[in-house]
Design a protein. Structure first.
Length: 159
């Protein structure tokens, strides 16, 4: 059985990518990471910086995941195009795949999840993950990415 982690990312904090990929090790055998911004994103680029690629590669190696990083040569038209491409890549040679964003951190018992995936009657398996609430860092990052002169409205709620 092969389980692939499908990571959709662009211009993320290397430490977020590290935590995400390490979490995939709780479930997956390999990770496919697809880079690139959407065309409507102000200041978007097709490729992220090398430190982000290094974070993905190192974390994958540390937790024993095969790793493929894909960087396009153009911006994506939108989320649907990018996610379709990622799911298409992740499904090749896989029995299962788990789609994640850089701020999704899986926390699971690998053996329990793998046993659930082996059941013939399983169509979907629930895997717990968390998204850390780092409001100040997120606000700074979004503000830095915003187009000059644009307004930034931030709404958040804590439990």
């Amino acid at each position: 059985m092969i389980v692939t982690g499908a990571l959709c990312w662009w211009n993320e904090l290397p430490e977020d990518l590290d935590r995400c990929v390490r979490g995939l090790g709780d479930v997956c055998d390999r990770v496919i990471a697809l880079d690139g911004a959407y065309s409507r994103y102000p200041t978007g680029t097709a490729r992220s910086s090398e430190d982000q690629l290094d974070a993905i590669r190192k974390a994958a190696k540390d937790v024993g995941l095969d790793c493929m990083i894909v960087q396009p040569d153009r911006l994506w038209r939108g989320q649907v195009e990018k996610r379709n491409a990622l799911i298409g890549m992740a499904s090749v040679g896989s029995n299962w795949f788990a789609t994640v964003d850089a701020d999704h951190i899986i926390k699971a018992d690998r053996e329990t999840i793998r046993e659930a995936l082996k059941r013939e009657s399983a169509d979907v398996v629930e895997v717990p993950y968390l998204t850390p609430l780092e409001v100040e860092a997120t606000v700074r990052l979004v503000a830095a990415r915003s187009a000059p002169g644009s307004r930034l409205v931030v709404n958040y709620q804590t439990a």
